[in-house]
Design a protein around this ligand. Structure first.
Ligand code: NI
Length: 171
């Protein structure tokens, strides 16, 4: 399965607002398969289509330890939320950066599966964090946007340094 390229912050394409999925085609299934392979290969627990430069409301996730609970959410909407939790988040589009973000502790999501069937699911703890994080991507939002301007500047500096070092090591 072909791997997709993951866009990295501050790539402006990560700011694109995704459009609803309207057609449940074999091409959509292929995209889901490629996103699954890309997420597992990058050792991520979630991946939004936005991150692979596909601007449709689609995300995949698997928060299990065994990586045996693959889930796809198409056109997801949070229809209930309660509680608060603060979790140290990371993101495949913001490599090696971790920061605490406050989000709802329990959510109920309504979405469609790969065949277009609607379903509702209750998520809590890490699964709720992950879904909220991935849904932000579909709105062009990143977890670093929740940080103070000073911390955001530090993140940009650190990423630029990482890139310079990566370039130097292959030069
Ligand atoms: Ni992310």
């Amino acid at each position: 399965m072909a791997q997709l390229t993951i866009l990295e912050f501050p790539d402006p394409r990560l700011r694109t607002v995704a459009e609803p999925v309207t057609e449940f085609t074999p091409a959509l299934r292929q995209l889901i398969d490629a996103m699954r392979a890309t997420m597992y290969s990058a050792k991520g627990i979630g991946l939004a289509a936005t991150q692979v430069d596909v601007h449709q409301r689609l995300l995949v996730m698997d928060v299990s330890n065994e990586q045996d609970d693959f889930q796809v959410f198409i056109n997801p909407e949070i229809i209930q939320r309660s509680g608060e939790q603060i979790y140290e988040e990371g993101c495949l589009s913001v490599p090696s950066i971790y920061a605490s973000v406050k989000r709802a502790e329990q959510i109920r999501v309504r979405a469609q599966d790969a065949d277009g069937n609607s379903f509702e699911k209750d998520l809590e703890d890490l699964a709720a964090v992950c879904l909220q994080h991935e849904m932000d991507h579909l709105q062009g939002k990143l977890f670093v946007d929740y940080l103070s301007p000073l911390k955001q500047a530090m993140v940009k500096k650190k990423l630029a340094k990482q890139r310079r070092e990566a370039t130097a090591s292959v030069a």
